[in-house]
Design a protein around this ligand. Structure first.
Ligand SMILES: *Cc1c(COP(=O)(O)O)cnc(C)c1O
Length: 341
């Protein structure tokens, strides 16, 4: 397969149209067979449920070229499970798990020419999503839906080396109206856009959201979960019902225990104990782990001793082990790596 003529090493994190996308329609209570199509445009009613009442959900995952030249994806079954939770919460039909995984693999395969080569630092980002497509004017769920999967090649997250992030404690509540914590839905992101634009204006990379009830506990940022490392090397991640259960975070916790022999604990994390941690990172599909150097709480700076200038040692080991598993240089736990070809 001839690869596209793309400058892989200089790709950013943006949308590049690829050749194929998977589409399946839900009508009269059933999903159709679906098909790979070439048209990247979606044509829907001006009154579609997604446009009027934001009935839309999505997932995000990646495909990689391994050191030995295979194309693989990482734990797609967990994305399927989470998308099922999202669909149920937004009164949308579930796209069956086996079909979800099959559609993802088919779409990656069809766009093989866009899967960045091993060692380039770039990957193929995969975006499954679903939206209410028929006209609804009364406030109710749509009757018709479209499930799609598209792909886009994305560049290495850390271009020109890792720069630890500075995060502010946000005064905004994270957009989780009606307790939408465990779903990946467009509305959560739409409601966090103002907070992120405002944070950037003030010179911060991200917002740290606190629990809405007491504003004393750390939740997550707009699009990534927190991981902390204690001074004696234990990995800690916040426990809360309103945090999006990151697949990267769950994988890193297992890597910490089973590959690095570290203790790893999910528990409530209080804002006033951040001073006690040695390292802090943000985890998600996009960057795996981004180191955090500093958290600013209304002028009060909390600096993480290892991690101000570069990734702290435990964060780095976690990062290297998980990316090694994804790129096929470290043996993966059973079921984590699914081969496209
Ligand atoms: C996608 C997402 C994450 C990261 O989840 P991964 O499954 O690791 O990509 C974390 N927080 C939010 C709010 C997200 O939408």
């Amino acid at each position: 397969m001839e690869k596209k003529n793309i400058d892989w090493a200089n790709l950013g994190f943006g949308y590049i149209e690829t050749d194929y996308r998977f589409v399946s329609d839900y009508k009269n209570g059933a999903w159709d067979d679906g098909a790979m199509i070439q048209d990247a445009n979606v044509v829907i009613s001006e009154c579609a449920g997604v446009l009027q009442y934001a009935q839309t959900i999505f997932e995000g995952m990646k495909a990689y070229t391994t050191a030995d030249g295979r194309i693989v994806t990482f734990r797609p079954d967990l994305n399927a499970d989470r998308m099922e939770q999202s669909a149920k919460r937004l009164e949308m039909p579930v796209f069956p798990k086996e079909r979800f995984v099959e559609a993802v693999l088919m779409t990656i395969k069809a766009n093989e020419a866009y899967v960045p080569p091993y060692g380039s630092g770039a990957t193929l980002y995969v975006r499954p999503y679903m939206f209410g497509s028929n006209a609804v004017i009364g406030v109710k769920p749509a009757d018709e839906y479209q499930f799609r999967v598209f792909t886009t090649p994305v560049g290495p997250y850390f271009k020109g080396g890792v720069k630890p992030l500075t995060i502010r404690v946000s005064d905004f509540d994270r957009a989780a109206p009606c307790g939408t914590g465990h779903i990946k839905a467009g509305l959560n992101y739409a409601m966090s856009l103002h907070a992120i634009v405002d944070a950037h204006k003030q010179g911060y990379d991200e917002n740290m959201y606190l629990d809405a009830g007491t504003r004393t506990k750390v939740e997550e940022t707009g699009g990534a979960n927190f991981l902390f490392v204690t001074k004696d090397g234990k990995v800690v991640t916040p426990k809360s019902d309103s945090i999006l259960p990151s697949i990267t975070r769950r994988s890193l916790m297992q890597v910490a225990r089973e590959y690095l022999g570290l203790e790893a604990e999910e528990r409530e994390v209080y804002l006033d104990e951040l001073n006690d941690f040695a390292e802090c990172g943000l985890c998600g599909t996009a960057a795996v782990i981004s180191p955090v150097g500093k958290v600013v709480d209304h002028g009060k700076e909390i600096c993480f001793p290892s991690g101000m200038a570069e990734m702290g040692p435990v964060t780095k080991k976690l990062y290297e082990t998980l990316t090694g598993i994804q790129m096929g240089t470290i043996k993966a736990p059973e079921g984590w790596i699914v081969e496209v070809k």
